[in-house]
Design a protein around this ligand. Structure first.
Ligand SMILES: [Zn+2]
Length: 360
């Protein structure tokens, strides 16, 4: 059996090939949804891939999602491939199935971006686009959040404005203003998009095709970038006291934190995958959590996102800043070290074990 860290890929293409190979080694078919408009950083096509373990018409399912935030897919993909290599295909109890969704946002994964081809954050993209939510705090800070250039002077002036806001309202309010989601600054960060993205439509298609008829669903969406380095939270949007929260608490114990109740490292968010899935599963039993693992400081992650945002709006891959900024954002969401991989692998394996025990 290979060491855990070997399950973690070096890029999207390798991740996809490893996932498909691991599925095929277990006699699992893979369904590939081709992105109709975009290619990867290597010039080749992009796909959202799914593999299903167990009975296709099972009424109880576990769904594991990677790459909602593109570059965060190194983690989720490594976990999916590793679990397949370590016997996940033998672990679906009778009457249950396990659906692995690989690279919900393959563009972001391939280009080392958190967002998709339209600068949209897939985990804010399930909003009502006829009447998108307002984020007045973001509006106020928009020109300080997104950088007009990469010079130290611009960064300094922008940070002074953000610091003044943080001094007045607190650091968590600043984080909320920035990251809760916004729909009026397409050139900004945490932009929820102006329309349903391809990833949005494909996720809905996976629910129609692979999860049709499921009455009880546990879903884990793998994320990185928030919290202490190598630490983990199972983030739920359900409130303490609700049945879904109680089920999640029984499964994941102290790791469970509600973003809606202010328990989590994440503020409450708009237009999330969680909210979309809850809508599609209405009247049926859903337990959803984002497994969020920490990488670097909030400031490092934020600054990497700002520079990457500037880069993709203003530069091309031959730009002198390109390689440095791309390395910075990759590092911000994927600390490529054995220690980190072991730590986050253990969190993920534990979360999946608990979910499998709950549906067995
Ligand atoms: Zn994320």
């Amino acid at each position: 059996m290979p060491a855990i860290e070997q399950y973690f890929p070096h890029d999207y293409r390798e991740a996809r090939h490893a996932f498909i190979a691991a599925a095929e080694a277990n006699d699992l078919g893979v369904t590939s949804r081709l992105h109709p408009a975009e290619n990867g950083a290597d010039g080749k096509p992009l796909f959202l891939d799914t593999a299903t373990i167990g009975e296709r018409d099972a009424k109880t399912a576990l769904l594991l999602i990677s790459g909602t935030h593109g570059v965060e897919g190194y983690f989720g993909s490594g976990v999916q491939t590793g679990l397949l290599r370590e016997g996940l295909a033998q672990r679906a109890a009778k009457g249950t199935k396990i659906v692995l969704l690989h690279a919900l946002n393959p563009f972001g994964f391939s280009w080392d971006r958190r967002v998709n081809e339209d600068n949209a954050d897939i985990n804010r993209n399930f909003a009502d686009f006829a009447n998108p939510p307002r984020n007045p705090a973001y509006d106020e800070l928009a020109d300080a959040i997104a950088l007009s250039d990469l010079s130290p002077g611009t960064m300094k002036a922008a940070n002074a404005k953000l610091r003044a806001y943080s001094d007045k309202y607190g650091a968590f309010k600043l984080q909320e203003a920035i990251s809760t989601g916004q729909y009026h600054h397409p050139g900004g960060i945490y932009f929820g998009g102006a329309r349903e993205s391809w990833s949005h439509r494909m996720l809905q298609d996976v629910f129609r095709e692979e999860l049709k008829g499921v009455k009880t669903l546990i879903a884990i969406d793998f994320h990185t970038g928030l919290g202490e380095h190598g630490a983990a939270e199972m983030i739920t949007e359900d409130l303490p006291g609700s049945a879904a929260y109680k089920r999640a608490k029984t499964m994941w114990g102290d790791a469970l934190q509600s973003s809606e109740a202010g328990e989590s490292v994440s503020p409450p968010l708009q237009g999330t995958v969680d909210k979309a899935v809850a809508h599609w599963m209405k009247g049926r039993e859903l337990t959803f959590a984002a497994l969020e693992v920490g990488t670097r400081s909030t400031r490092d992650v934020f600054n990497a996102l700002r520079r990457d945002n500037w880069l993709h709006l203003n530069a091309k891959p031959n730009d002198p800043d390109w390689a440095r900024v791309k390395q910075e954002i990759r590092d911000a969401f994927y600390p490529d070290t054995a220690d980190w991989k072991h730590s986050v692998w253990n969190h993920a394996a534990k979360a999946v074990d608990a979910a499998l025990a709950a549906i067995a």
